[in-house]
Ligand binder design. Structure first.
Ligand code: PXL
Length: 272
């Protein structure tokens, strides 16, 4: 079994980051180790307030212990992190890597045209350092625009605008780009998948509902599927299917996350 390390926050309540990565990566049949970069009482997307315990000082200690014990990983999957976590993460991705270990980077920091609460305007340039060297970079449209100093648009992007954005993301140093939130017609939503030589697309019927945590569900399933040897296109398609199933399974009054738990059986079956 392959072993993946996910590095992101623990939001104790809210169905995002580590609490969705662990079950979804595991359901794909991949061992999921975790390194929490911070612990929050709940996520910052819609709750009135939250507690935040920063774990930057732990990261170096954990790295030193893993080096001493010879603990290494086949992949690293990073999500929501702060500026102070970036150098320690880059160091861990160097020192705890098995040969050929993959770097899967979800630059989770913004959506719907805005940075998440608590991130300053200079944060995207810090996050760009983590994107440099990513084997798979998974931004949404807002994150892609902020990372590349492009105009942040809420309206639809044309095919040439999307392809320009993808090229700029490769220029940051990402080998493969999976850009989510792409839509060329009103009733479809999907992603652009690029290896730097060709761009493929995966679309699903658009579900008209704003949902928290779907980026984390997408990235977690993508990471699990890639580790099981699926292509980037197949991994993105499976991840999108799981997101759609999770949204549809979510009760109308359940606002802070999606019920990804209901999609776990299909994921286990997909990798039997
Ligand atoms: O889902 C991304 C995410 C992760 N972690 C925290 C968040 C968010 C989005 O708002 O607030 C703490």
């Amino acid at each position: 079994m392959k072993r993946l390390l996910t590095i992101q926050d623990i939001s104790c309540v809210g169905q995002c980051s580590t609490t969705v990565a662990l079950p979804l990566v595991s359901a794909c049949g991949v061992e999921c180790a975790i390194l929490p970069s911070s612990v929050l009482s709940n996520h910052t997307g819609g709750f009135k307030s939250w507690t935040f315990a920063d774990l930057t000082a732990e990261l170096g200690k954990v790295e030193a212990k893993w080096c001493e014990l010879g603990i290494k990983f086949d992949a690293f999957y990073t999500g929501y992190v702060s500026e102070s976590h970036i150098d320690p993460i880059l160091s861990i991705m160097d020192s705890c890597a098995n040969p050929g270990a993959l770097r899967i980077v979800d630059p989770a920091m913004a959506d719907n045209g805005r940075l998440y609460a608590g991130f300053g305007d200079d944060f995207p340039s810090k996050m760009a350092r983590l994107c440099n060297g990513a084997d798979y970079l998974l931004p949404n449209l807002t994150e892609a625009a902020l990372l590349t100093d492009s105009e942040v648009k809420l309206s639809c992007y044309s095919r040439s605008e999307i392809e320009e954005l993808v090229a700029k993301l490769h220029a940051l140093g990402a080998k493969n780009v999976i850009l989510t939130g792409v839509s060329y017609c009103a009733d479809e939503l999907g992603s652009a998948i690029s290896d730097g030589t060709k761009i493929e697309y995966d679309f699903n019927p658009r579900i008209d509902r704003m949902s928290h945590g779907t980026g984390d569900v997408f990235a977690s399933v993508f990471a699990g599927a890639i580790m099981r040897g699926r292509s980037a296109l197949d991994s993105a398609a499976l991840a999108a299917d799981v997101v759609c199933e999770a949204i549809k399974a979510t009760a109308a009054d359940h606002w802070y996350g999606v019920s990804f738990e209901k999609a776990l059986p299909r994921l286990v079956k997909a990798f039997e």
